[in-house]
Structure formats: structure tokens, C-alpha cells
Write a protein that binds this ligand. Structure first.
Ligand code: ADE
Ligand code: ZN
Length: 324
């Protein structure tokens, strides 16, 4: 099964580039940028990963980003991820990045996007991994800050395909960002939002995503299974759901294998993704392997999940058919 998973050309639609920052790279960047770390060795960093819910993860995730300062740092971050993607036979990626997590630290938007864009070009040329970038707004920051971020990206619109919404979901509903997402749509961008598993008011968040924002995809979205009306709407609109099994195991102590099967049975377009692979210690293939090892997923199920990812990707239709 490992060979089967490895050999399949795959797409990944839910990976935070900042969530691919490996402990060894944290050390190398800290040294280059003259930053003191409270840890002595990369192993100590991993030992300190103690995630049991979304806030406990986010605290560590944002703290580590402080080592990312220069354009070259962002280039390396993305380039290292694309190299791993190539090694796992991932041929297409729609990665997220969190510009506000950098601009609040005084790193310019240009620095971030120029580093990432250059890595995307190199990945396409040298590795055969193509990608389209998704800008995520941080939902625990204000709607005004999101609007300012969108204004900052307007000169770079050709470099992103869509916008997303991530970070701490508690009391930060989709409705808070209705205006900025409407503006993003008017600029021709695709829309997606995190509806993280088992968050407070999650069914309201899912309904707002569908009825108010009219998203083009949903990140996570497992809780939709609790409401048949939501499931029907997701099926009817052909919306993709980007599920992250190993991430779910950390955040809600459940790989969500049963839920993924229920989604497939209902015709919901579930896809498998890694979310923050450096932190959850599992890239895309390891997420599929966990489903095989712990929930006995079959080759046919894996194939369906991989096909779904290409189907609900934001590739042009002609490019999709090459993979389907
Ligand atoms: N930012 C990075 N990873 C995230 C996740 N799993 N949920 C919400 N925000 C995130
Ligand atoms: Zn995520």
C-alpha cells in the first residue's frame, strides 16, 4: 500500500507553508538571522510540541515563525516544502500563507510573496511541481486588518489564486469577514475558509460559509455531517472539503476516518491533506498511510480521495483532465 500511495500523482490543497517549517530549518534560520532560541537542539523543539487543541498548536506555530525575516528565508521555506512534495509524487499544490503573521512583525508583504513566488517558479521548472498560492487572513485579527492586507496584495493579484481564513476560530465567525471576502471575489479570487473540527458554533460557521460567503471550498468541514441540509448543499454545489486526518488526531484526538468514509458515501468531495506537516510530523503520504494503517482504507478509497483533490482544485478544467 505504501508503494501504491507513493506512486500515485497527487494534489495537495490544504498545507500552510509556515506549517512546513522544520525544526532543523528553525535552527539554521535563527543562526543566520542572529536570533537566540530557548532550545539547544532541533530534537528539543520537537519535544516541546504539545498540541491538544487549536490554540495550543497556534501558540507554538506563531512563535516559531519569528525566525523568518528575509526574502531568502521565505524562499527556502517554500522550496523545502516543494522538494518534499516532489519526493512524495505531489504534482500540484495550492499552499496557504499567512502574510499578517509576518507584517505584524515588521516583515513586508513584498519580502514574503517574492520569496515564495520565486520558489514556486523554481519548483515548476526544476521539480515539475506546479502550484497556485492562497492568501489566508488571520480570523483573530480585525476585519480592517484583513481589508488592508487585501489592498496590499492588489498589485500582486496575478500571484495568488484565492483567499482563505485561518487561525483561532473561537468567536471569529465567517460573517466578520463578509465584506473583505466579497471584495476578494470581485477581484476574481477564489474563496475558501477553515471550519475547523468541533469548534464553538461550528454549524453556524458552516452555514455562513455557504449562505453568506458562498465559498468555493471548505477547509476541514467535518462537522457538516451533523446536519443533512448542509451535506445536501455541499453535494449539490460540488464543494470540496480539505480534510487533514493527522492534524485532526492532534487537535481533536481523532483521525476522522469514519467521517471521511461517511462523506465519500454521501458523494461529498473529501480530499486528504497535511495541514501543518512539520508540526504534526506527517506529510501527505503519511496522512494516507495513517488512514490505511489505522482505519483500513482501501486502494479504491484512496484513489477516490486523490481524484477528488484534482476535481475540486482550482486548476483550469483542461489541466485537471490530464490527471483524472
Ligand atoms: N493555521 C495553521 N494551521 C491551522 C489550522 N489547522 N487551523 C487554523 N489555523 C491554522
Ligand atoms: Zn489548516
Amino acid at each position: 500500500m505504501r508503494d501504491f500511495i507513493q506512486a500515485l500523482p497527487k494534489a495537495e490543497l490544504h498545507v500552510h507553508l509556515e506549517g512546513t517549517l522544520e525544526p532543523e530549518h528553525i535552527f539554521a534560520l535563527a543562526q543566520r538571522n542572529g536570533i537566540n532560541l530557548e532550545y539547544k537542539r532541533p530534537e528539543d523543539v520537537v519535544a516541546a510540541y504539545d498540541f491538544h487543541d487549536l490554540p495550543s498548536f497556534l501558540k507554538i506555530y506563531y512563535a516559531a515563525m519569528d525566525v523568518l525575516r528575509e526574502e531568502e528565508d521565505f524562499y527556502e521555506l517554500a522550496w523545502h516544502y516543494f522538494q518534499r512534495a516532489a519526493a512524495q509524487n505531489i504534482v500540484y499544490v495550492e499552499p496557504f500563507f499567512d502574510p499578517q503573521a509576518h507584517t505584524v512583525r515588521g516583515v513586508s508583504f513584498e519580502t514574503v510573496i517574492n520569496g515564495i513566488s520565486r520558489a514556486q517558479r523554481d519548483a515548476a521548472e526544476k521539480l515539475g511541481v506546479t502550484s497556485n498560492l492562497i492568501l489566508c487572513f488571520l480570523r483573530d485579527m480585525s476585519a480592517e486588518s484583513a481589508a488592508e492586507t487585501l489592498a496590499a496584495v492588489e498589485p500582486f493579484l496575478d500571484r495568488i489564486i484565492g483567499v482563505g481564513l485561518d487561525s483561532d476560530e473561537k468567536d471569529n465567525p465567517p460573517a466578520k469577514f463578509a465584506e473583505v471576502f466579497a471584495r476578494a471575489r470581485s477581484l476574481g479570487l477564489k474563496l475558501t475558509m477553515h471550519c475547523d473540527v468541533n469548534q464553538k458554533d461550528i454549524l453556524d460557521h458552516l452555514r455562513e460559509c455557504l449562505d453568506l460567503i458562498a465559498v468555493d471550498r471548505i477547509d476541514h468541514g467535518i462537522n457538516a455531517l451533523e446536519d443533512p441540509t448542509l451535506c445536501d448543499a455541499i453535494v449539490e454545489r460540488g464543494l470540496g472539503l480539505t480534510i487533514c486526518p493527522v492534524s485532526n488526531r492532534f487537535v481533536v484526538q481523532n483521525l476522522t476516518g469514519d467521517e471521511i468514509r461517511q462523506m465519500l458515501a454521501k458523494g461529498m468531495r473529501a480530499t486528504i491533506n497535511s495541514d501543518d506537516p512539520a508540526y504534526f510530523r506527517a506529510y501527505l503520504n503519511e496522512n494516507f498511510e495513517a488512514l490505511v494503517d489505522e482505519a483500513a482504507f482501501t486502494e479504491a478509497e484512496i484513489l477516490q480521495l486523490v481524484r477528488n483533490a484534482f476535481t475540486v482544485s482550482w486548476l483550469p478544467e483542461a489541466a485537471k483532465t490530464a490527471y483524472l
